[in-house]
Design a protein around this ligand. Structure first.
Ligand code: ADP
Ligand code: F6P
Length: 323
Protein backbone atom coordinates (compact mmCIF):
# COMPACT_ATOMS: atom_id res chain seq x y z
CA UNK A 1 0.00 0.00 0.00
CA UNK A 2 1.27 3.51 -0.93
CA UNK A 3 2.61 5.65 1.92
CA UNK A 4 0.12 8.26 3.08
CA UNK A 5 0.84 11.78 1.88
CA UNK A 6 1.13 14.45 4.56
CA UNK A 7 2.79 17.37 2.79
CA UNK A 8 2.17 18.51 -0.78
CA UNK A 9 4.52 20.90 -2.60
CA UNK A 10 3.44 23.07 -5.51
CA UNK A 11 5.56 24.83 -8.14
CA UNK A 12 5.18 26.64 -11.45
CA UNK A 13 7.80 26.06 -14.16
CA UNK A 14 8.58 27.25 -17.70
CA UNK A 15 6.65 30.18 -19.22
CA UNK A 16 4.00 31.68 -16.94
CA UNK A 17 0.35 31.59 -17.97
CA UNK A 18 -2.79 33.37 -16.71
CA UNK A 19 -4.70 30.97 -14.47
CA UNK A 20 -1.63 29.54 -12.76
CA UNK A 21 -2.61 31.41 -9.58
CA UNK A 22 -6.09 29.89 -9.67
CA UNK A 23 -4.45 26.46 -9.90
CA UNK A 24 -2.06 27.17 -7.02
CA UNK A 25 -4.96 28.44 -4.92
CA UNK A 26 -6.99 25.30 -5.58
CA UNK A 27 -4.05 23.02 -4.71
CA UNK A 28 -3.46 24.87 -1.44
CA UNK A 29 -7.09 25.03 -0.34
CA UNK A 30 -8.03 21.49 -1.44
CA UNK A 31 -4.98 20.09 0.35
CA UNK A 32 -5.85 21.99 3.53
CA UNK A 33 -9.46 20.78 3.30
CA UNK A 34 -8.09 17.23 3.30
CA UNK A 35 -5.90 17.84 6.32
CA UNK A 36 -2.60 18.08 4.41
CA UNK A 37 0.20 20.59 4.80
CA UNK A 38 1.27 22.63 1.75
CA UNK A 39 4.66 24.04 0.79
CA UNK A 40 5.15 26.47 -2.05
CA UNK A 41 8.35 26.02 -4.03
CA UNK A 42 9.42 29.30 -5.59
CA UNK A 43 10.96 29.74 -9.08
CA UNK A 44 10.25 26.23 -10.37
CA UNK A 45 12.97 23.60 -10.23
CA UNK A 46 15.61 26.33 -9.72
CA UNK A 47 13.91 27.28 -6.45
CA UNK A 48 13.68 23.63 -5.42
CA UNK A 49 17.45 23.22 -5.85
CA UNK A 50 18.01 26.48 -3.93
CA UNK A 51 15.57 25.37 -1.21
CA UNK A 52 13.31 28.37 -1.75
CA UNK A 53 10.47 26.62 0.03
CA UNK A 54 7.71 28.38 1.97
CA UNK A 55 4.84 27.19 4.15
CA UNK A 56 1.47 28.03 2.65
CA UNK A 57 -1.91 28.30 4.34
CA UNK A 58 -5.34 29.33 3.10
CA UNK A 59 -4.50 33.03 3.40
CA UNK A 60 -1.31 32.67 1.31
CA UNK A 61 -3.56 32.46 -1.74
CA UNK A 62 -6.13 35.10 -0.77
CA UNK A 63 -6.85 37.63 -3.49
CA UNK A 64 -4.94 35.73 -6.16
CA UNK A 65 -7.61 34.07 -8.32
CA UNK A 66 -8.02 37.13 -10.54
CA UNK A 67 -4.31 37.87 -10.93
CA UNK A 68 -2.19 36.97 -13.95
CA UNK A 69 1.36 35.63 -13.64
CA UNK A 70 2.31 33.26 -10.84
CA UNK A 71 2.67 34.22 -7.18
CA UNK A 72 5.33 31.48 -6.85
CA UNK A 73 7.36 32.94 -9.72
CA UNK A 74 8.70 30.67 -12.42
CA UNK A 75 12.06 29.84 -13.97
CA UNK A 76 13.89 27.58 -16.34
CA UNK A 77 16.63 25.46 -14.75
CA UNK A 78 19.23 23.55 -16.72
CA UNK A 79 20.73 21.91 -13.62
CA UNK A 80 17.48 20.02 -13.10
CA UNK A 81 17.78 18.40 -16.54
CA UNK A 82 20.83 16.48 -15.22
CA UNK A 83 20.49 13.25 -13.15
CA UNK A 84 22.56 14.90 -10.40
CA UNK A 85 20.17 17.87 -10.28
CA UNK A 86 17.16 15.57 -10.12
CA UNK A 87 18.71 13.47 -7.32
CA UNK A 88 19.48 16.65 -5.39
CA UNK A 89 15.87 17.82 -5.93
CA UNK A 90 14.44 14.56 -4.60
CA UNK A 91 16.72 14.72 -1.54
CA UNK A 92 15.65 18.31 -0.83
CA UNK A 93 11.99 17.23 -1.01
CA UNK A 94 12.68 14.48 1.55
CA UNK A 95 14.62 16.90 3.77
CA UNK A 96 11.62 19.28 3.82
CA UNK A 97 9.11 16.49 4.36
CA UNK A 98 7.54 16.99 0.91
CA UNK A 99 5.93 13.68 -0.10
CA UNK A 100 4.32 14.91 -3.30
CA UNK A 101 4.56 17.80 -5.75
CA UNK A 102 2.06 19.39 -8.12
CA UNK A 103 3.99 20.74 -11.11
CA UNK A 104 2.23 23.41 -13.18
CA UNK A 105 3.93 23.86 -16.56
CA UNK A 106 4.43 22.38 -20.00
CA UNK A 107 6.01 19.25 -21.45
CA UNK A 108 9.50 20.19 -20.23
CA UNK A 109 8.24 20.64 -16.69
CA UNK A 110 6.43 17.29 -16.90
CA UNK A 111 9.71 15.62 -17.76
CA UNK A 112 11.06 17.00 -14.49
CA UNK A 113 7.99 15.64 -12.66
CA UNK A 114 8.53 12.26 -14.30
CA UNK A 115 12.12 12.15 -12.98
CA UNK A 116 11.04 13.12 -9.45
CA UNK A 117 8.35 10.41 -9.50
CA UNK A 118 10.99 7.83 -10.41
CA UNK A 119 12.99 9.00 -7.39
CA UNK A 120 10.11 8.41 -4.98
CA UNK A 121 8.36 11.80 -4.88
CA UNK A 122 4.73 11.50 -5.98
CA UNK A 123 3.99 13.97 -8.77
CA UNK A 124 1.00 15.29 -10.68
CA UNK A 125 1.40 17.66 -13.64
CA UNK A 126 -1.09 20.39 -14.54
CA UNK A 127 -0.94 21.68 -18.15
CA UNK A 128 0.11 25.32 -17.86
CA UNK A 129 1.07 27.11 -21.07
CA UNK A 130 -0.50 29.74 -23.31
CA UNK A 131 0.61 27.72 -26.34
CA UNK A 132 -1.99 24.86 -26.12
CA UNK A 133 0.81 22.56 -27.24
CA UNK A 134 0.39 19.67 -24.78
CA UNK A 135 -0.74 16.65 -26.77
CA UNK A 136 -2.82 14.81 -24.16
CA UNK A 137 -5.20 17.71 -23.51
CA UNK A 138 -7.60 19.91 -25.48
CA UNK A 139 -7.14 22.67 -22.89
CA UNK A 140 -4.08 24.26 -21.27
CA UNK A 141 -4.15 26.81 -18.46
CA UNK A 142 -3.66 30.29 -19.96
CA UNK A 143 -4.52 29.66 -23.60
CA UNK A 144 -8.03 31.08 -23.34
CA UNK A 145 -6.83 34.32 -21.75
CA UNK A 146 -3.87 34.69 -24.11
CA UNK A 147 -5.87 34.11 -27.26
CA UNK A 148 -8.54 36.58 -26.10
CA UNK A 149 -5.84 39.16 -25.33
CA UNK A 150 -4.32 38.65 -28.77
CA UNK A 151 -7.74 38.79 -30.45
CA UNK A 152 -8.58 42.12 -28.82
CA UNK A 153 -5.19 43.57 -29.76
CA UNK A 154 -5.58 42.42 -33.36
CA UNK A 155 -9.06 44.02 -33.57
CA UNK A 156 -7.39 47.31 -32.64
CA UNK A 157 -4.66 46.93 -35.24
CA UNK A 158 -7.33 46.09 -37.80
CA UNK A 159 -9.16 49.39 -37.15
CA UNK A 160 -6.13 51.49 -37.95
CA UNK A 161 -5.11 49.18 -40.78
CA UNK A 162 -8.50 49.74 -42.44
CA UNK A 163 -8.37 53.52 -41.92
CA UNK A 164 -4.98 53.71 -43.62
CA UNK A 165 -5.75 50.96 -46.14
CA UNK A 166 -2.64 49.09 -45.10
CA UNK A 167 -1.49 45.54 -44.95
CA UNK A 168 -0.69 44.46 -41.36
CA UNK A 169 1.44 41.58 -40.21
CA UNK A 170 0.69 40.75 -36.58
CA UNK A 171 3.04 38.34 -34.86
CA UNK A 172 1.59 36.27 -32.02
CA UNK A 173 3.36 33.95 -29.58
CA UNK A 174 4.05 30.30 -30.33
CA UNK A 175 7.59 29.30 -31.13
CA UNK A 176 6.77 25.72 -32.02
CA UNK A 177 2.98 25.81 -32.05
CA UNK A 178 0.52 27.76 -34.17
CA UNK A 179 -2.65 27.36 -32.07
CA UNK A 180 -2.78 31.01 -30.98
CA UNK A 181 -2.16 32.14 -34.58
CA UNK A 182 -4.82 29.82 -36.01
CA UNK A 183 -7.44 30.75 -33.43
CA UNK A 184 -6.75 34.45 -33.99
CA UNK A 185 -6.88 33.87 -37.72
CA UNK A 186 -10.46 32.62 -37.34
CA UNK A 187 -11.50 34.98 -34.51
CA UNK A 188 -10.18 38.08 -36.28
CA UNK A 189 -11.16 37.07 -39.79
CA UNK A 190 -7.57 37.39 -40.99
CA UNK A 191 -6.75 37.11 -44.66
CA UNK A 192 -3.75 34.85 -43.96
CA UNK A 193 -2.28 32.76 -41.11
CA UNK A 194 1.30 31.53 -41.07
CA UNK A 195 1.94 28.56 -38.76
CA UNK A 196 5.12 26.65 -37.88
CA UNK A 197 3.25 23.33 -38.32
CA UNK A 198 2.32 24.28 -41.90
CA UNK A 199 5.47 25.86 -43.10
CA UNK A 200 4.43 26.45 -46.67
CA UNK A 201 5.41 30.12 -46.73
CA UNK A 202 5.49 31.36 -50.28
CA UNK A 203 6.11 35.10 -50.38
CA UNK A 204 5.23 35.57 -54.02
CA UNK A 205 1.84 33.90 -53.47
CA UNK A 206 1.25 36.20 -50.50
CA UNK A 207 2.21 39.29 -52.52
CA UNK A 208 -0.13 38.27 -55.35
CA UNK A 209 -2.95 37.75 -52.82
CA UNK A 210 -2.42 41.18 -51.23
CA UNK A 211 -2.57 42.85 -54.67
CA UNK A 212 -5.62 40.82 -55.70
CA UNK A 213 -7.45 41.61 -52.45
CA UNK A 214 -6.87 45.34 -52.96
CA UNK A 215 -8.21 45.08 -56.51
CA UNK A 216 -11.30 43.37 -55.08
CA UNK A 217 -11.88 46.27 -52.71
CA UNK A 218 -10.39 44.95 -49.44
CA UNK A 219 -9.40 47.94 -47.33
CA UNK A 220 -6.89 46.03 -45.25
CA UNK A 221 -4.99 42.76 -45.39
CA UNK A 222 -4.38 41.08 -42.04
CA UNK A 223 -1.67 38.45 -41.80
CA UNK A 224 -1.33 36.60 -38.48
CA UNK A 225 2.20 35.31 -38.23
CA UNK A 226 3.23 32.83 -35.52
CA UNK A 227 6.44 33.59 -33.61
CA UNK A 228 7.84 30.29 -34.92
CA UNK A 229 7.85 31.74 -38.44
CA UNK A 230 9.03 35.16 -37.22
CA UNK A 231 10.77 37.80 -39.38
CA UNK A 232 7.62 39.97 -39.40
CA UNK A 233 9.51 43.28 -39.86
CA UNK A 234 11.52 42.18 -42.87
CA UNK A 235 8.49 40.44 -44.36
CA UNK A 236 6.53 43.72 -44.07
CA UNK A 237 9.29 45.64 -45.80
CA UNK A 238 9.43 43.23 -48.72
CA UNK A 239 5.63 43.08 -49.11
CA UNK A 240 5.45 46.88 -49.15
CA UNK A 241 8.20 47.12 -51.77
CA UNK A 242 6.60 44.47 -53.98
CA UNK A 243 2.96 45.64 -53.73
CA UNK A 244 3.29 49.39 -53.22
CA UNK A 245 0.79 48.98 -50.35
CA UNK A 246 1.93 50.38 -47.00
CA UNK A 247 2.66 47.46 -44.70
CA UNK A 248 3.31 47.48 -40.96
CA UNK A 249 4.44 44.76 -38.58
CA UNK A 250 3.22 44.53 -34.98
CA UNK A 251 4.77 42.03 -32.59
CA UNK A 252 2.38 41.43 -29.69
CA UNK A 253 4.99 39.67 -27.53
CA UNK A 254 4.73 39.12 -23.78
CA UNK A 255 1.52 41.13 -23.32
CA UNK A 256 -0.12 37.84 -24.37
CA UNK A 257 1.24 36.10 -21.26
CA UNK A 258 -0.16 38.58 -18.73
CA UNK A 259 -3.49 39.87 -17.52
CA UNK A 260 -6.38 38.70 -15.43
CA UNK A 261 -7.44 35.17 -16.42
CA UNK A 262 -10.75 34.60 -18.21
CA UNK A 263 -13.60 32.78 -16.48
CA UNK A 264 -12.70 29.59 -18.35
CA UNK A 265 -9.06 29.73 -17.26
CA UNK A 266 -10.05 30.36 -13.63
CA UNK A 267 -12.62 27.56 -13.54
CA UNK A 268 -10.58 24.94 -15.41
CA UNK A 269 -7.37 25.75 -13.52
CA UNK A 270 -9.26 25.57 -10.24
CA UNK A 271 -10.81 22.21 -11.13
CA UNK A 272 -7.46 20.81 -12.24
CA UNK A 273 -5.71 22.05 -9.09
CA UNK A 274 -8.27 20.40 -6.81
CA UNK A 275 -8.20 17.20 -8.86
CA UNK A 276 -4.41 17.01 -8.55
CA UNK A 277 -4.75 16.92 -4.77
CA UNK A 278 -7.53 14.31 -4.94
CA UNK A 279 -5.36 12.06 -7.11
CA UNK A 280 -2.38 12.39 -4.77
CA UNK A 281 -4.61 11.52 -1.81
CA UNK A 282 -5.72 8.39 -3.72
CA UNK A 283 -2.05 7.39 -3.94
CA UNK A 284 -1.59 8.26 -7.63
CA UNK A 285 1.70 9.58 -9.00
CA UNK A 286 3.38 10.33 -12.34
CA UNK A 287 0.06 11.53 -13.80
CA UNK A 288 -0.92 14.58 -15.86
CA UNK A 289 -4.37 16.12 -15.63
CA UNK A 290 -6.04 16.87 -18.95
CA UNK A 291 -9.33 18.06 -20.36
CA UNK A 292 -10.14 15.70 -23.18
CA UNK A 293 -13.37 15.26 -25.15
CA UNK A 294 -15.23 17.42 -22.66
CA UNK A 295 -14.06 15.71 -19.46
CA UNK A 296 -11.35 16.18 -16.85
CA UNK A 297 -9.18 13.06 -16.98
CA UNK A 298 -5.62 12.01 -16.10
CA UNK A 299 -2.88 10.24 -18.03
CA UNK A 300 0.35 8.55 -17.13
CA UNK A 301 3.12 11.14 -17.74
CA UNK A 302 5.14 8.73 -19.91
CA UNK A 303 2.09 8.11 -22.13
CA UNK A 304 1.18 11.81 -22.20
CA UNK A 305 4.69 12.81 -23.30
CA UNK A 306 4.65 10.23 -26.11
CA UNK A 307 1.46 11.70 -27.64
CA UNK A 308 1.62 14.00 -30.67
CA UNK A 309 -0.55 16.98 -31.53
CA UNK A 310 -0.85 19.22 -34.56
CA UNK A 311 -3.18 22.10 -35.37
CA UNK A 312 -6.79 21.25 -36.19
CA UNK A 313 -6.89 20.45 -39.92
CA UNK A 314 -10.44 21.63 -40.53
CA UNK A 315 -9.82 24.92 -38.73
CA UNK A 316 -6.73 25.39 -40.87
CA UNK A 317 -8.65 24.68 -44.08
CA UNK A 318 -11.40 27.17 -43.28
CA UNK A 319 -8.84 29.82 -42.32
CA UNK A 320 -7.98 29.66 -46.04
CA UNK A 321 -11.48 29.32 -47.48
CA UNK A 322 -13.29 32.02 -45.47
CA UNK A 323 -11.24 34.96 -46.71
P1 ADP B 1 7.69 23.99 -20.37
O1 ADP B 1 7.49 23.29 -19.08
O2 ADP B 1 6.79 25.16 -20.56
O3 ADP B 1 7.72 23.03 -21.54
P2 ADP B 1 10.59 24.20 -20.54
O4 ADP B 1 10.71 23.25 -21.68
O5 ADP B 1 11.39 25.45 -20.55
O6 ADP B 1 9.11 24.70 -20.32
O7 ADP B 1 10.91 23.36 -19.20
C1 ADP B 1 10.80 23.97 -17.95
C2 ADP B 1 11.82 23.36 -17.03
O8 ADP B 1 11.54 21.97 -16.85
C3 ADP B 1 13.26 23.38 -17.53
O9 ADP B 1 13.90 24.62 -17.31
C4 ADP B 1 13.88 22.31 -16.67
O10 ADP B 1 14.15 22.77 -15.38
C5 ADP B 1 12.75 21.27 -16.61
N1 ADP B 1 12.96 20.24 -17.62
C6 ADP B 1 12.84 20.36 -18.96
N2 ADP B 1 13.21 19.22 -19.58
C7 ADP B 1 13.57 18.36 -18.62
C8 ADP B 1 14.07 17.01 -18.60
N3 ADP B 1 14.27 16.32 -19.73
N4 ADP B 1 14.34 16.45 -17.41
C9 ADP B 1 14.17 17.13 -16.27
N5 ADP B 1 13.71 18.39 -16.21
C10 ADP B 1 13.43 19.00 -17.35
O1 F6P C 1 5.65 28.73 -24.04
C1 F6P C 1 5.06 29.96 -23.90
C2 F6P C 1 5.82 31.00 -24.66
O2 F6P C 1 5.19 32.25 -24.44
C3 F6P C 1 5.97 30.75 -26.16
O3 F6P C 1 4.83 31.08 -26.90
C4 F6P C 1 7.14 31.60 -26.48
O4 F6P C 1 7.80 31.14 -27.63
C5 F6P C 1 8.01 31.46 -25.27
O5 F6P C 1 7.15 31.10 -24.20
C6 F6P C 1 8.77 32.70 -24.92
O6 F6P C 1 9.48 32.47 -23.76
P1 F6P C 1 10.33 33.55 -22.96
O7 F6P C 1 9.66 33.66 -21.62
O8 F6P C 1 11.67 32.94 -22.84
O9 F6P C 1 10.32 34.82 -23.70
Amino acid sequence: MAKEINTIGVLTSGGDAPGMNAAIRAVVRQAISKGKKVKGIKRGYAGLLNEEIIDMDATSVSDTISRGGTILQTARCMEFVTPEGQQKGAEICKKHGIDAIVVIGGDGSFQGAQKLAALGINTIGLPGTIDLDIACTDYTIGFDTAVNTAMEAIDKVRDTSTSHERCSIIEVMGRGAGHIALWCGLANGAEEVLLPEKYDYDEQRLIDQVVEARKNGKQHYIIINAEGIGHSQSMAKRIEEATGIETRATILGHMQRGGSPTCKDRVYATTMGALAVDLLCEGKSNRVIAHKDGEFVDFDIDEALAMKKGVDEYMYQISKSLV
